[in-house]
Design a protein around this ligand. Structure first.
Ligand SMILES: CC(C)(COP(=O)(O)OP(=O)(O)OC[C@H]1O[C@@H](n2cnc3c(N)ncnc32)[C@H](O)[C@@H]1OP(=O)(O)O)[C@@H](O)C(=O)NCCC(=O)NCCS
Length: 325
C-alpha cells in the first residue's frame, strides 16, 4: 500500500559558546563536581549570552538543518518550535524564526510539552506531512533554561543548559512497511495530575512574572523510568521489534542514570545509546535534536538505520518515536 512518510532530510544544532563547568557552579552554590557527576553524569553545560534569546539559538540550529538538507527555505511550509522558554509570551518564537529565514508561506507555531516537546512536535509535523497538510516541515527544539533557573537552588541549577537542534522533514512516498524511510511510529502521552512535581512558579496568566523552575527530583526520576519504558513498549508491541533491533537509541538527555536504567529495561545495549548529557546538561526540548545532530554529523547514525527517540517532561508529558533515518 502506497502511503506518505515524513522523511528526515536534514539535521543541525547550535550550542552557545559559553560553557559553565561543575567547578564554576561549586564556587556559587554548595555542591561539588563529584556529586553532580555521580548523580547525573553532567560535567558541563552551555549558557546563552544575553543577546541570544531562544529565537536566535533556534534560528542557528534551523539554518544548520536547512543547509544539511540542501533545500531552499521557501520550500518549508510548516515550522514547529518546541520550547518552554519562548522569547515573549507572544508572538510565537516560531514566527520570529520563520521571518528570520525569509519564509512567508505556510504556518509557524510553538508547541509546549517541556522536555517532551521535540517528540510532541515531531508527532504533530508527521500528522501534517502524512495527510497532505504540508510538504516540508522544520521541527526545532530550542531552549534557554538558564533564564528560568533559580541560581541559588543547587537541586535544580546544576541540571540544565541552553541550546537548540532541528530537523527538516519532507513528505515522501512509502510502502507502509517498517522498511520505509521516515517516521514509522509516534506515541505521546500526558498526565496533568503531576503538575507540582516539575513546574515553573510563574506565568503571564497567574503571577505576571516568568518564574523559576521547581522540581521534586526523586519523584520525577521514579516516574521517568516507568513512563519512558511504557511508551517504548507500545512501539515494540505495535511493530514487533525489540531493543536488539534498534540501531541508535537517542533518549532525552536529563540524567545519565535515567538513560542507563531505561536502556537496560528495554534491552538496548549501552553502545547503541547516544549520550550528550555529560557535555550539554538537560536542554529540555532541545536535547534530542542536539543529540541527533551530533550522531548524524559524526557518522554514527547512517541512512536507513532505525533510530528510537523518547522523552519525559513537566506535566507530566512523555512520548517516543521510531524513525528510519
Ligand atoms: C535531582 C537528582 C539528581 C537528585 O538525586 P537524588 O539521588 O534523587 O538526590 P536527593 O534529591 O535525594 O538529594 C540527596 C541530597 O543531596 C542534596 N543535593 C541536592 N542537590 C545537590 C547538589 N547539586 N549538590 C550537592 N547536594 C545536593 C539534597 O539536598 C539532599 O540532601 P539531604 O539528604 O541532606 O536532604 C535526581 O533526583 C534526578 O536526577 N531526578 C530527575 C531530575 C530530572 O531529570 N528532571 C528533569 C526531567 S525532564
Amino acid at each position: 500500500m502506497s502511503i506518505l512518510r515524513s522523511q528526515v532530510v536534514g539535521c543541525g544544532s547550535y550550542l552557545p559558546a559559553r560553557i559553565v563547568t561543575n567547578a564554576e557552579l561549586a564556587a556559587r552554590v554548595d555542591t561539588s563536581d563529584e556529586w553532580i557527576v555521580q548523580r547525573t553524569g553532567i560535567r558541563q553545560r552551555h549558557v546563552a549570552a544575553d543577546d541570544e534569546p531562544t529565537s536566535v539559538v533556534g534560528l542557528k540550529a534551523a539554518q544548520a538543518a536547512i543547509a544539511d538538507a540542501g533545500i531552499d527555505p521557501s520550500e518549508i511550509d510548516l515550522i514547529i518550535v518546541a520550547t518552554a522558554t519562548p522569547d515573549h509570551t507572544f508572538p510565537a518564537t516560531a514566527t520570529q524564526i520563520q521571518a528570520a529565514l525569509g519564509i512567508t508561506g505556510g504556518a509557524a507555531f510553538d508547541l509546549q510539552a517541556v522536555c517532551s516537546g521535540f517528540v510532541f512536535a515531531l508527532a504533530t509535523a508527521d500528522k501534517f506531512l502524512t495527510t497532505g497538510g504540508a510538504r516540508a516541515a522544520l521541527v526545532i527544539g530550542a531552549e534557554t533554561f538558564s533564564r528560568i533557573l533559580d541560581w541559588e537552588d543547587r537541586a535544580t541549577c546544576v541540571l540544565f543548559g541552553d541550546g537548540a537542534g532541528a530537523v527538516v522533514l519532507k513528505a515522501a512516498p512509502g510502502e507502509g512497511t517498517l522498511a520505509d524511510r521516515g517516521i514509522l511510529t509516534t506515541h505521546i502521552r500526558s498526565d496533568g495530575r503531576h503538575k507540582d512535581k516539575l513546574y515553573v512558579d510563574g506565568g503571564a496568566g497567574s503571577t505576571k512574572t516568568v518564574g523559576f523552575l521547581r522540581m521534586e527530583g526523586k519523584e520525577v526520576f521514579r516516574h521517568a523510568v516507568t513512563n519512558l519504558a511504557e511508551t517504548v513498549r507500545h512501539t515494540f508491541e505495535q511493530t514487533g521489534l525489540s531493543g536488539a533491533d534498534i540501531d541508535w537509541f537517542v533518549p532525552h538527555q536529563a540524567n545519565r542514570r535515567i538513560i542507563d536504567a531505561t536502556a537496560d529495561k528495554l534491552g538496548i545495549s549501552h553502545d547503541h545509546v547516544v549520550v550528550t548529557v555529560d557535555r550539554h546538561g538537560n536542554t529540555s526540548a532541545a536535547s534530542i535534536p542536539l543529540a541527533l545532530a551530533e550522531a548524524h554529523a559524526d557518522g554514527r547514525i547512517k541512512r536507513g538505520q532505525l533510530v528510537l527517540i523518547e522523552a519525559m517532561g513537566g506535566g507530566f508529558t512523555w512520548g517516543s518515536a521510531l524513525i528510519r533515518w
